[in-house]
Design a protein around this ligand. Structure first.
Ligand code: AMP
Ligand code: MG
Length: 499
C-alpha cells in the first residue's frame, strides 16, 4: 500500500483497551433515516467505552417525550448506554461528516470529532436524533481526543435546557454521565458525556461538504431528506431556502430578545432545522452591551451580540449557494432567485424582532414608532450599564438599574404615552410582559459556580440552577439570588469552546 493511502486512512480506534459492548435489552424503538443515506454521509463506528460511568443528570420529562422510560435509563443498562458502553438494539452508530466556515475561514472537512449519533427515535414530539457527545475519537477528530470534560457538558445541559424553557428552539439535553476517566486539557479534568437530542444534526456545513465536492447526487439526496424530515410542506428548492431563512430569522430574533450570545456561529454550527446548536462559548449578557463578546477566541467580535443577524445572513448566503446546482435554469437567473430569497432575511428578522420586543414592552397593538421606542430603551440601557434581563422584567420600575435614573424616566414618559393609546387592560399587559421577560436566565457566574462545585463532587448548585431554570418566567421566590446580576468580583468575562 502506498504510504499516502496509509496516511489517509482513519487512525485505528482504541477499542482493544476496553471491555466489549454489553448486549442491551432496553428498547429505544430506533428508526434511523440518516443512516440509510449513502455511505459517504458518515462513518459507521460506535462510541468508545469508558471506565466507570456514573449518571450525573437525567431529563425525565424529555425521556418520556421520546417514548423512553426514565427508570430504565437510570438503571445499570440505561447508564451504560448513555455512556456509550452499550450500544442498544436498533442503534446504528455513526459519525456524521460535514464542512464549514469557521470564523469565515473554510474547512473542507470537519465532522463529528467527539460525537456519535446513536440513531433516531420518533416520540410524541416527532423524530429526534440521540447523539452522545464526548464519546471518543472518530475519523474526524483531527488532533482532538474525542472527549469532553465535565465543564462544557454541564454548561450545555444547563443552557440548552434553559433555552428550551425560555421558548427558544434548541437541541436538548437528555442526560449527562461522568466517565470516571480523566480528560487532559491544560490539566487533567473529569471526563463526561452529554446525551444530546436534536431534530437532526444536519447543518449548513453538511450541505457545504457535498457542494464543495461537486457531489450533486449527494446534495440531491440530502435535500430530499431535509425536505421530508424538516420541511414536508415545502414545494421545491426555493421554498426550502425560504423556510430555512425564515427559521433562522425567528431563531436569531429569539436570541436577541433574551440577550443570548451564541459565540461561535460557524456554518457548521447552524442547524438546518432552525434549532440553536453547539453550546460552546455561549453566554447571556448581564448588563446590556451591544458589542458584547464572551468567547475567548472571538478576538474581532465576529460573533458579538449585535452582529448575530448579520452573521446568520452570511451563513444563509453560503447555504443558498450550496443549492444553486439543484435549481433549474441559467446561472444568472438562479443566483437572482436565491438572492431574492436571501433578501427576505432582513424584513423577516425585523418582524420577528419587533414582535418580541413589543411583547417585552407590554404592547398589544402595533405603531410605526415602536422600533424606535425599543431601540431607544436599549441604547439608554447600554449607556447606563443596566442589566438586560432585570430591566425588562422590572418595567416600569427599572430606573433603579440605571446609573442615571433620569435617563430611564425620560424614556418611560414616552412609553407610558404609547401605552395610553392602547386601550388594553393592565392585567393583559402584565401577563404579556411576564411571558416575554424572564426573571431567570443562566447567568454566567452561576453556571461557572455550578461547574466548579461539580468538579469538587458537589452537584447541588448544578441541580438547584437547573431546577430553577425550568420555570424562568415564574416569580423566583426562594431563587431570587439566581436572578441577581454578578458583583464585579463574581463577573465572568470570558467563556471557552467546549473541547
Ligand atoms: P466546535 O467548535 O465545537 O463546533 O467544533 C469544531 C470541530 O472540532 C468539530 O468538527 C468537532 O467535532 C471538533 N472537535 C472539537 N473538540 C474536539 C475534541 N475534543 N476531539 C475531537 N474533535 C473535536
Ligand atoms: Mg460544532
Amino acid at each position: 500500500m502506498a504510504p499516502s493511502a496509509a496516511r489517509d486512512r482513519p487512525r485505528p480506534l482504541a477499542f482493544a483497551r476496553h471491555r466489549p459492548y454489553l448486549r442491551a435489552m432496553l428498547d429505544f424503538g430506533f428508526d434511523n433515516s440518516y443512516a440509510r443515506l449513502p455511505d459517504r454521509f458518515y462513518t459507521r463506528l460506535g462510541p468508545t467505552p469508558v471506565a466507570e460511568p456514573k449518571l450525573i443528570a437525567l431529563n425525565d420529562a424529555l425521556a418520556r417525550d421520546l417514548g423512553l422510560d426514565p427508570a430504565e435509563l437510570r438503571g445499570e443498562e440505561g447508564v451504560s448506554i448513555l455512556a456509550g458502553n452499550t450500544v442498544p438494539d436498533g442503534a446504528e452508530p455513526i459519525a456524521q461528516v460535514y464542512a464549514g466556515h469557521q470564523f469565515g475561514g473554510w474547512s473542507p472537512q470537519l465532522g463529528d470529532g467527539r460525537a456519535i449519533l446513536l440513531g433516531e427515535v420518533v416520540g410524541g414530539g416527532g423524530r429526534r436524533d440521540i447523539q452522545l457527545k464526548g464519546s471518543g475519537p472518530t475519523p474526524y477528530s483531527r488532533m482532538g481526543d474525542g472527549r469532553a470534560w465535565l465543564g462544557p457538558v454541564l454548561r450545555e445541559y444547563i443552557v440548552s435546557e434553559a433555552m428550551h424553557a425560555l421558548g427558544v428552539r434548541t437541541t436538548r439535553a437528555l442526560a449527562a454521565v461522568a466517565t470516571g476517566e480523566p480528560v487532559f486539557r491544560e490539566e487533567p479534568l473529569p471526563g463526561a458525556i452529554l446525551a444530546r437530542v436534536a431534530r437532526s444534526h444536519i447543518r449548513v456545513g453538511t450541505f457545504q461538504f457535498f457542494a464543495a465536492r461537486g457531489d450533486q447526487e449527494a446534495l440531491k439526496g440530502l435535500t430530499d431528506h431535509v425536505l421530508e424530515r424538516h420541511y414536508p410542506g415545502a414545494y421545491g428548492i426555493i421554498d426550502l431556502l425560504h423556510r430555512v431563512v425564515g427559521a433562522q430569522a425567528e431563531l436569531i430574533a429569539s436570541w436577541m430578545s433574551l440577550g443570548f450570545i451564541h459565540g461561535v456561529m460557524n456554518t457548521d454550527n447552524m442547524s438546518i432545522a432552525g434549532e440553536t446548536i453547539d453550546y460552546g462559548p455561549c453566554a447571556f449578557m448581564d448588563d446590556h452591551h451591544s458589542a458584547a463578546v464572551f468567547s475567548s477566541i472571538d478576538h474581532h467580535g465576529r460573533y458579538a451580540y449585535s452582529n448575530q443577524p448579520t452573521i446568520a445572513y452570511w451563513n444563509l448566503a453560503q447555504f443558498c449557494s450550496c443549492l444553486l446546482p439543484l435549481m433549474v435554469g441559467e446561472l444568472d437567473a438562479k443566483v437572482e432567485a436565491a438572492t431574492d430569497v436571501l433578501k427576505r432575511f432582513a424584513p423577516m428578522f425585523q418582524n420577528a424582532w419587533i414582535h418580541r420586543f413589543r411583547a417585552k414592552l407590554g404592547l398589544l397593538t402595533e405603531e410605526a414608532g415602536d422600533f424606535e421606542l425599543a431601540s431607544d430603551l436599549l441604547s439608554r440601557m447600554e449607556r447606563n450599564r443596566a442589566d438586560f434581563t432585570n430591566t425588562f422584567r422590572s418595567l416600569p420600575d427599572a430606573r433603579g438599574g440605571f446609573d442615571d435614573p433620569a435617563a430611564f424616566d425620560e424614556w418611560a414618559r414616552g412609553w407610558r404615552l404609547r401605552l395610553g393609546r392602547e386601550g388594553a387592560s393592565p392585567e393583559d399587559r402584565v401577563d404579556l410582559m411576564r411571558e416575554a421577560n424572564p426573571a431567570l436566565i443562566p447567568r454566567n457566574h452561576r453556571v461557572e459556580e455550578a461547574i466548579s462545585a461539580a468538579r469538587r463532587g458537589d452537584l447541588d448548585p448544578f441541580r438547584r440552577l437547573s431546577a430553577a431554570l425550568e420555570t424562568p418566567f415564574a416569580d423566583p421566590g426562594g431563587n431570587a439570588d439566581l436572578a441577581r446580576p454578578p458583583t464585579e468580583e463574581e463577573r465572568v468575562r470570558e467563556t471557552f469552546c467546549g473541547t
